[in-house]
Each structure stands twice: as structure tokens, then as C-alpha cells.
Write a protein that binds this ligand. Structure first.
Ligand code: CAO
Length: 327
């Protein structure tokens, strides 16, 4: 029954442990006060049912029960202001009945991103489009660049090329670099690209500002230093703000395709999974090519299927022949 104690504490953060008044109107014995303190209950809010208004342990238990019920019935943060979905309550299961468990507290970042993801999932009619980019030549070029690189220079990553190619594709398809504002669309003339970083504390998204004005080397350097700051939990708020498009690069981990959730108020997000050598028909024969899977999720209120497919097609062409980024 008291599995939701944390919830009670959140409901009454103002509880001050030693502030219990002991006049007749709030009279409670020491063990009852201790009981209230243990569950984070502000005893001044409890109505006593005992003699001359004395507060009993049962009063505290009833108070906790009522508070928990009120919290369950109240609209959650993810549905407030969106719609009354009239959903079933979240299933409450005593997992210990089925086996050994371990309860873990979620990090602040995990809780914040969960709330944002839930809102974006519910509010955005999202469609994911998949495509394959032939990055054989690009990876050969990157290998040459890294070989020529000075030892103290940061590695030129595929992510830097992805950011640069995404900017070029966004310039071709400006609606993907926009945000909804009421009935209007805000088309952004800047290209600030967020990239997801997996950190021990959870997912964070630092931003490369004005990526259109930066070279590959500069972007590689900046993503590397922002990723380090992210993993050390040292990113400043302004280093995570203002993105107009986001890239989630999962290729270093694996996967074939995925369906990323749009990072509102942006309207599109690109996920990139692990490239692999595949046989590709060149009109005469099958040739081995390095194929990189792309998944782009778009807000269908802003981007229809034709535009989304133009974007992914253009992006795969750019990654297939990176010289086209300069056009
Ligand atoms: N295909 C094949 N290999 C790839 C690849 C791809 N698409 N992308 C990267 N790699 C390889 C790289 O070549 C590198 O190998 P080498 O060390 O042999 O060169 C290795 O994977 C690691 O890559 P990297 O150090 O260049 O890092 P990255 O640019 O791939 O990624 C970062 C940087 C910060 C994006 C990444 O570390 C990260 O955190 N990714 C997770 C993002 C995430 O969690 N997204 C989910 C969001 S929604 O829940």
C-alpha cells in the first residue's frame, strides 16, 4: 500500500519535520508524529478523529490514501492541456509476487526526457521513412582525411559529415527546418543541429549552432568536445537549446533501422544506424558497397510523405556523392 511513498513526498514538499504544533487543535502523540514524518505527511493538514480532535495513526493512513487517490485522478503532466484521453490507470503490479526485483531511482535527465518524449509521442502525428545511403566513397574519403590528420587533431567522424549533409538537405527542404506556432509555421533561416548523446545519466542533445557556416573539421571538433561535456554532466543549458533539427547517430552501437521520436518543437529527426557491406546491383553485376541505414521521422502536420521522401532521397544522394553538398 505504501509503494507510492515517494509520490506523497512530492505532493507535499513543503513538509518541515520539526514544525508540528502541539496545541489542542493538532494534538498527536509522539509515535503518531513519528509515523507522519516517516511518510512525509504534514501533520497540520490532517484532521484528527480522536478525542478532542486528537490525530491518530489511522488518520494519517486515511490521509495518505486520499492523497494517493487524488494524485491518480488528477491529470498527469503529459496529458494536461492536450486532451482528456480517459485512459485506464497505469497497471499497478506487485512484481515481487513473480520473482526477485531491484527498485532503481531514475535520474533527473531520464525523468525530464521521459516527460518530453511522452508529450511528443502523444501530440505529434509522426511517420518514419527509411532509406539506405551508399557511403562507400565517403568512408574512403574520411579514412584518407583521418590518415592525413595531425595526431593532436580530433578524429573526423561520420557524424560531422551527416550534420553537413543534413544541413544541405534542409536547405533544399526548408519545411523540415521549421516549427509549428499555433496556426503558423516558423521557417528558420538558421541551421542549429542537435545530436543525441548517450550519457550515464541519460539522453542529452547538445547543439551545433550555425552548422551551415562551419567546416567538417570544426564540426567534428565541436561534437567531440560537446559529447565529452555531456558525458561529464557539464553542458550548459544554452548548449542544449535552439536546435532546428536533430540527428541520433547510433551507428557506433549497431542496429539496422529505428523510428526516432521527433524532438518538439522541431518537426523532424534523423536516426542513423550501423552501415554494413551489402551486394548492390550496378546494372551489370552485384558489387560490394557500404550501405548506411537512415530513418527519418517527420511531423505529418508539417511534412507530407512526398516531401519527407524528397528529403531522404536527397540526403542519400549527398552522402553517396559528398561533392554535391557544395552545389
Ligand atoms: N556505421 C558504422 N559504424 C559507425 C557508424 C555507422 N553509421 N557511425 C559511427 N560508426 C563507428 C565509427 O566509425 C567508430 O569506429 P572507429 O572508432 O573504428 O572509427 C565508432 O563507430 C564510434 O564512432 P564515433 O566515436 O565516431 O562516435 P559517433 O560519431 O558514432 O557518435 C555520439 C558520437 C556522441 C553521437 C555517440 O557516442 C552517441 O552517444 N550515440 C548514441 C546516440 C543515442 O543514444 N541516440 C538515441 C536517441 S533516442 O533514445
Amino acid at each position: 500500500m505504501f509503494g507510492g511513498v515517494v509520490g506523497i513526498e512530492i505532493a507535499f514538499p513543503e513538509v518541515q519535520r520539526d514544525q508540528v504544533r502541539t496545541g489542542l487543535e493538532f494534538w498527536a502523540g509522539p509515535s503518531t508524529r513519528k509515523f507522519a514524518r516517516e511518510f512525509g505527511v504534514d501533520i497540520q493538514k490532517v484532521r484528527g478523529s480522536g478525542q478532542r480532535g486528537r490525530i491518530t495513526k489511522e488518520d494519517i493512513q486515511q490521509f495518505i490514501k486520499r492523497s494517493m487517490l487524488a494524485r491518480e485522478r488528477a491529470p498527469t503532466r503529459s496529458t494536461q492541456g492536450i486532451a482528456n484521453f480517459d485512459l485506464l490507470p497505469w497497471p499497478k503490479v506487485d512484481f515481487t509476487k513473480f520473482g526477485e526485483i531491484e527498485r532503481q531511482a531514475r535520474s533527473r535527465i531520464q525523468k525530464v526526457s521521459a516527460a518530453n518524449l511522452a508529450r511528443n509521442w502523444v501530440m505529434i502525428p509522426a511517420v518514419t521513412y527509411h532509406d539506405d545511403a551508399d557511403i562507400t566513397d565517403l568512408e574512403e574519403f574520411r579514412a584518407v582525411l583521418n590518415k592525413e590528420n595531425q595526431k593532436d587533431e580530433p578524429k573526423i567522424t561520420l557524424l560531422a559529415f551527416l550534420i553537413k549533409a543534413a544541413v544541405a538537405a534542409l536547405k533544399q527542404c526548408p519545411r523540415l527546418n521549421s516549427s509549428l506556432d499555433g496556426e503558423d509555421l516558423i521557417l528558420k533561416k538558421y541551421f542549429h543541429i542537435g545530436f543525441a548523446v548517450d550519457t550515464p545519466g541519460g539522453l542529452v542533445v547538445p547543439v551545433i549552432r550555425n552548422a551551415d557556416q562551419k567546416g567538417i573539421q570544426e564540426i567534428a571538433k565541436e561534437t567531440a568536445s560537446l559529447a565529452i561535456l555531456a558525458r561529464e554532466g557539464k553542458l550548459k543549458p544554452d548548449q542544449m537549446q535552439g536546435a532546428s533539427f536533430t540527428i541520433s547517430s547510433l551507428g557506433g552501437i549497431g542496429g539496422t533501422y529505428c523510428a526516432p521520436i521527433v524532438n518538439a518543437p522541431e518537426v523532424a529527426i534523423l536516426a542513423v544506424n550501423k552501415s554494413a557491406m551489402k551486394p548492390v546491383w550496378n546494372g551489370k553485376q552485384f558489387v560490394p558497397r557500404l550501405i548506411c541505414p537512415l530513418s527519418m521521422t517527420a511531423d505529418h502536420r508539417v511534412i507530407d510523405g512526398a516531401l519527407a521522401t524528397h528529403f531522404t532521397t536527397h540526403l542519400t544522394q549527398l552522402l553517396g556523392d559528398f561533392r554535391k553538398v557544395m552545389l
